[in-house]
Design a protein around this ligand. Sequence first.
Ligand code: SAM
Ligand code: SF4
Length: 317
Amino acid sequence: MRDQYDREINYMRLSVTDRCNLRCRYCMPEEGVCKKTHEEMLTEDEMIAAVEAGASLGITKLRITGGEPLVKRNIITLCARAAKVDGIREVAITTNGVLLPRLAKGLRAVGVSRVNLSLDTLKPDKYARITRIGTLSSALAGLDAALNAGFDKVKINAVLIGGFNDDEIETLAALTLRYPVDVRFIELMPMLDHPEFGPEAFIPCAAVLEKLPQAVPVPQDGGVARLYRLPGAQGNIGLISPVSAHFCAACNRIRLTADGKLKPCLHAAEEVSLKGLNAAQMRETMQRVIYQKPFRHAELSATLHSQAGRNMNQIGG
Ligand code: SAM
Ligand code: SF4
């Protein structure tokens, strides 16, 4: 359906858990999440009912995210049920990849067609530092599993952090020469407190192009990334600039958090609960929230933080 500003809203991001097997410094606190009670979270049936409500209003694309979606015990059944919902044409998943060696083939078999895998560095010590508890080899094993499982598309997401991985832009981009993957650089978003990231950490995507003068622009694929390609590459370089050049005017998405909050905008405080609603109430609430989706979010910068009031793992990236 269209919102009050005539934007076609056809994309839902469903966060299936706020838990994670990593602790990325820009995403969640070291101590993990303050665990909510089971009763506060959406059940599998409620998640599917929300997808059905969305699909009845014109949602065609679903992205399963988190937290880390693959730590959820029922992830395969959930994806299988979501893929069968009338009107849903594409189910994609965003993951840190660590559990893909065990789950990639199963996800593909139940209808997940695309995978985005987060990988901010190709250096083992830096991977351990940014994720606090992860090992690069497990993420790379996940990439390998994703590439071998037959997904329609595999994309790598790298959060661009000045002083941390801006010296690896060329190496990360070169993954598009080696593998049939897109590599997307995402500007660091100032969510809740990020005491360890000073102003120098927030660098614009323009820094990527400075390091890749040979990259040529290619037409956009309908997503939010501006696309480029290295000569001879098998995939594109994507630049996602929520801070330096927000894309609110073309935003086509809504988000549903694992505790049932429908968020019409990632960076706005507004959220409306779907928890405990029946199918008709869910549809009616969703219709109202989509229609009233704000035109844009407030400015973001190193000093102007998101008004979301949640860390990214509690929203769904
Ligand atoms: N655990 C999965 C993963 O890491 O891909 C899915 C959830 S994670 C919240 C989704 C995406 O959000 C990841 O690509 C992650 O890098 C990105 N992300 C998290 N916090 C961010 C921040 N402060 N700024 C920019 N991107 C962020
Ligand atoms: Fe976990 Fe993904 Fe957040 Fe990293 S970015 S802590 S992998 S949810």
